[in-house]
Design a protein around this ligand. Structure first.
Ligand code: NDP
Length: 251
């Protein structure tokens, strides 16, 4: 596991947007960021799930979160502009984005892959993070220093049979992060990195590996050290990296 002990006030005063915040790793990240002082903007497609997380954060006494229901499969440019305007009016800046929402799509061959589903997976996993990031960059520039984290996967670094659009979207995500990191290096206080969560006990993992015992994988809460490290000021000098949440690195 990536080893990092986050100070309690790591993210105090920061506004952090988490996509896919209603479930799995995104929900755990929303908790972790709020516990360390952040005002978390909970974005996802299922309002009831976001409301549950909202209630949990409020009951824990963390900074009051915000909810943004948005389906990344159908969201268009005007939705992102509206999101940017809302964040600007409410908070006046944005200190970080965790691009976490994702869908798996079918585990099937390229030859047999449904082109419509291919586009859906690419839209949610790659195109939406691009559009959202592009629109929110001016707000990130208003923060003293900001962090953008994209979510990759082992199959986004080495292709594997039958992982189709999911794997290709994650290769694209790694590329998007590298290009953006290079563009922003030295001319902004925004850093851009990728996290590969590794096998984690969530609904997506169960869907991908139905025969596996879920208890053999860490819970989302256990992989949070890297998520905290890359979002907080201790990683200020880290840019353009793709790191493993369950890897051996430490900080
Ligand atoms: P889950 O399926 O548990 O959660 C995915 C989240 O993304 C859910 O909150 C879901 O919302 C949201 N989401 C899906 N589609 C959309 C959409 N169209 N619009 C808005 N939100 C959407 O997955 P994980 O927590 O396991 O995965 C999180 C990230 O980690 C993903 O990017 C995944 O690819 C990556 N990853 C996960 C691994 C693992 O082992 N779990 C391994 C490697 C990478 P809703 O709940 O409403 O459906």
């Amino acid at each position: 596991m990536f080893s990092y002990q986050a100070p309690q006030d790591l993210l105090a005063g920061r506004v952090i947007l988490v996509t896919g915040a209603g479930d799995g790793i995104g929900r755990a990240a929303a908790h972790a960021y709020a516990r360390h002082g952040a005002t978390v903007v909970l974005l996802g497609r299922t309002l009831e799930k976001l409301e549950l997380v909202y209630d949990e954060l409020e009951a824990a006494g963390y900074p009051q979160p915000a909810i943004v229901p948005l389906n990344l499969e159908t969201a268009a440019e005007h939705d992102y502009i509206e999101l940017a305007n809302q964040l600007q009016d409410t908070f006046g800046k944005l200190d970080g984005i965790l691009h976490n929402a994702g869908i798996l799509g079918p585990i099937t061959s390229i030859e047999g892959y449904d082109p419509i589903i291919w586009q859906q997976v690419m839209q949610v996993n790659l195109n939406a993070p691009f559009l959202m990031t592009q629109t929110l960059l001016p707000l990130l520039r208003l923060a003293p220093e900001a962090s953008i984290i994209f979510t990759s996967s082992g199959v986004g670094r080495r292709g594997r049979a039958h992982w189709g659009a999911y794997a290709v979207s994650k290769f694209g995500t790694e590329g998007l992060a590298q290009v953006l990191a290079d563009e922003l290096e030295n001319i902004s206080a925004i850093r851009v990195n990728c996290i590969n969560p590794g096998a984690t006990r969530t609904a997506m993992r169960v869907w991908a590996y139905p025969a596996e015992n879920p208890q053999n994988n860490p819970a989302p809460e256990e992989i949070m050290p890297l998520y905290l490290y890359l979002m907080g000021p201790d990683s200020k000098a880290v840019n353009g990296q793709s790191l493993d949440a369950q890897g051996s690195g430490s900080a």
